[in-house]
Design a protein around this ligand. Structure first.
Ligand code: C2E
Ligand code: CA
Ligand code: CA
Length: 705
């Protein structure tokens, strides 16, 4: 029977190793083992336990010996042990297993590796068993932690690559494999060089390493190459790991493929900076490039030119042929402009039919003129679109840095002004920016802001000029004429500011104020004027085309309790013809209100009574220039007579404007004129003066019946 060496209290019946000094040696080895070791007999009673085992059992040897599992361990564990023991002793075969276990002494949970093997006597009969445990709790814990870490790393979307300090790859994860196309076995031991795209400079990597060594961390974007050769952009963060003695031991790189995001960003960027129709850069990108070009030209001492191009009468193409044709034409125009320029030039579309060319490196302003002329000619060639041949032209304005301005925005403004000048000079031409254009534009801008103030401070006021019926001598109408009491310049005449008001669109609010003043004046004259005498108010074309005009008009006359019959509106021929559609509409509604409409300055525009007769009009006012010519030009008499005859045949009254001499009154009356207005009869005057004038007339010269 096999037995362990003699120990105190253990009676070994026989010892297979009891030769010479050996038992002592074994005993001391076994006793000093850090592994718990024990023996039980067939009945399961403990026959031996080494020092470590006794420590675990928490009992001295003399107490432990002879005890069974049920006396040594908690019930469940004891049962498991006894079953295992029985199996070993019955089968005579060793058994090893992992056993969960709580230390009897401390209650600590442990995982132990238990090995049990049968003990036989000399005949080979199983007389007991010996067992040993190995506490592997800590190994298992770190193994689990390791497995968990691996699972985490393999499940993240971020690619992981760990290198040692020699730059050899020691670990990659699943995301690395799927992003780069390289498998772990292919890359382990290699360097990250195999991902290099060759797109970054040596300095780039140098800076990266400097940061990594200095701060222990680097983060940024890298363009790398996949296994199949394709490129991808990654966002990568690299950290340096240090060992216990603070020396770098590994580099850990985490990266994700941002190629898609990058592509989407680039797409958005492109859309934001280009015109959808022509694909040309838009204002945003142009401004950007202009700024760049200017700062570069500042360094190189060269010139930058901007060419503003506006297609002449493009609106007509849209109106006549439709927007689709208009779009096709713009595309072709864009193509021509692009072909006329060099690759380093930029051509942008600002919207509508406005294009801008940016020439970044010129030696002289004249070079820009040559390009401008080429562009003008290119755009003057007929366009073939949808079976139509369309002849267009362009007005081109040029401004250059540093000659005209050193500021990008200002340069754009200068080129724009020059373009308007080209249009005003008759279109289809190239115009270089001139200083005077700027002065004019600045004074227009100043005028606008002053008019705005005039409107708010109510600096505008009216004067009134009567029109006299030539047959009866009665007041036929009273025209309201606006004036401006400027705080510094004093009185300003309408001819100097009405045009600015029209161009800046301030004419609408100003017109409303004038209407209000005029209606208020007419209401004050209620007792002095017969009911049928209207106040005549001048209206601009811009007011006529304002969709809110009618409502505002109606609201104003109602507020002053004026019947429509006491208002007359004066519109020039050109305003009526330019806004024919709006005019017909508005005039019909005005007629329903009883409002009269007069054609002002007749004879200076198209003089087309045939066109005008379709509108509901009441009077025409023959322009002052015809009255002035009456003395000197025979033909003036004939024209005058013809206009009167024609007007009468259309049922319209005729008023002669600007009659300065009393003698003229009889002449125009004989020519068929119904009424007259002018200094010969009365000058424009303010309301109190008009009231005095009316009073005096009523006393001295009662109107003829
Ligand atoms: P208009 O409508 O033809 O007005 C007649 C102009 O001739 C007035 O000049 C008037 O003062 C002037 N005038 C009257 N009789 C004589 C005369 O015998 N000899 C001469 N040489 N001139 C005479 P004003 O007031 O300077 O107005 C000029 C223009 O300004 C007006 O021409 C009209 O087109 C515009 N205007 C005046 N007031 C208004 C207004 O309230 N609104 C708008 N939109 N335009 C106005
Ligand atoms: Ca008038
Ligand atoms: Ca007039």
């Amino acid at each position: 029977m096999s037995s362990l060496p003699e120990t105190p209290g253990i009676q070994a019946k026989a010892s297979p190793v009891a030769h010479g000094r050996q038992p002592d040696l074994f005993k001391s080895i076994v006793e000093s083992l850090a592994v718990p070791l024990y023996r039980v007999d067939r009945s399961g009673a403990l026959t031996y336990a080494n020092a470590r085992m006794l420590e675990l059992l928490g009992r001295p040897l003399h107490e432990a010996i002879g005890l069974r599992a049920s006396e040594l361990y908690p019930a469940a564990l004891a049962l498991a042990y006894t079953e295992d023991d029985q199996q070993v002793m019955d089968s005579g075969l060793p058994l090893s297993r992992l056993q969960d276990y709580r230390e009897p002494a401390t209650g600590t949970f442990r995982q132990v590796w238990v090995s049990k093997s049968p003990v036989r006597d000399q005949q080979g009969h199983v007389v007991g068993l010996q067992g040993l445990f190995d506490d592997i709790s800590e190994h298992l814990q770190s193994l689990h932690a390791f497995q968990l870490a691996n699972r985490v790393l393999d499940s993240t979307q971020q690619a992981l690559m760990i290198t040692d300090t020699e730059g050899r790859i020691v670990r990659v994860n699943a995301a690395f494999e799927s992003i780069t196309g390289w498998s772990a076995p292919e890359v382990l031991g290699k360097t990250p060089q195999l991902l290099s795209s060759g797109q970054h400079s040596r300095e780039f990597y140098q800076r990266m390493w400097e940061a990594l060594l200095a701060q222990g961390h680097w983060e940024g974007e890298l363009l790398n190459r996949r296994r199949d050769g394709s490129l991808f952009t990654e966002h990568i963060s690299i950290s340096c790991l240090r060992d216990d003695s603070d020396h770098p031991s590994h580099y850990v790189a985490l990266f994700s493929d941002i190629s898609d995001r990058k592509a989407a960003q680039e797409e958005i960027q492109h859309l934001a900076q280009h015109d959808a129709l022509t694909g040309l850069p838009n204002r945003l990108l142009l401004t950007d490039r202009l700024q760049q070009a200017i700062s570069q030209a500042e360094r190189s001492g060269q010139r930058v030119a901007l060419l503003f191009m506006d297609l002449d009468r493009f609106k007509e193409v849209n109106d006549v042929h439709g927007h689709q044709m208009g779009d096709l034409l713009l595309k072709q125009a864009a193509e021509r402009i692009r072909h006329t320029l060099r690759g380093s030039d930029t051509v942008a579309r600002l919207g509508g039919d406005e294009f801008v060319a940016l020439l970044p490196d010129l030696h002289s302003p004249e070079e820009a003129l040559v390009v401008g002329e080429n562009l003008r000619q290119a755009l003057y060639q007929p366009f073939e679109i949808g079976g139509h041949s369309l002849q267009l032209s362009a007005s081109i304005g040029i401004a250059s840095f540093p000659d005209d301005s050193a500021d990008a925005d200002d340069l754009m403004r200068c080129a724009d002004l020059a373009m308007y000048e080209a249009k005003a000079a008759g279109r289809n031409r190239v115009q270089y920016f001139r200083e005077e254009l700027d002065v004019r534009a600045r004074s227009a801008a100043q005028m606008e802001s002053e008019l705005r103030r005039a409107l708010h401070e109510r600096e505008l006021f009216l004067e009134f000029q009567p029109q006299i019926d030539l047959a009866t001598g009665a007041v036929a109408s009273i025209e309201a004429l606006v004036r401006w009491q400027h705080p510094r310049q004093g009185r300003v005449e309408p001819l100097t500011f009405i045009r600015h008001a029209e161009e800046s669109r301030l004419i609408r609010p100003i017109g409303e104020q004038i209407l209000d003043l005029a209606c208020s004046a007419r209401a004050k004259l209620r007792r002095q004027l017969p009911e049928n005498v209207p106040i005549a108010i001048n209206l601009s074309a811009r007011q006529l085309s304002d969709p809110r005009f009618l409502d505002a008009f109606q609201e104003t006359i109602e507020r002053h309790a004026l019947p429509g019959t006491q208002v007359e509106l004066e519109l020039t021929e050109s305003a009526l013809i330019e806004e024919m559609d709006a005019a017909r509409n508005v005039l019909q509604r005005l007629r329903l209100l009883g409002v009269k409409v007069a054609v002002d300055d007749f004879g200076t525009g198209y003089s087309n009574l045939a066109l005008l007769h379709r509108l509901p009009l009441s009077r025409i006012k023959i322009d002052r220039s015809f009255v002035m010519d009456l003395d000197s030009r025979r033909s003036a008499l004939a024209i005058f007579r013809a206009i009167c005859a024609m007007a009468h045949s259309l049922g319209l009254h005729v008023v002669a404007e600007g009659v300065e001499q009393v003698e003229q009154l009889e002449v125009i009356r004989s020519l068929g004129c119904d009424a007259a207005q002018g200094y010969a009869l009365a000058r424009p005057m303010d309301l109190p003066a008009l009231q005095r004038w009316l009073k005096k007339r009523a006393r001295s010269a009662p109107p003829k019946p």
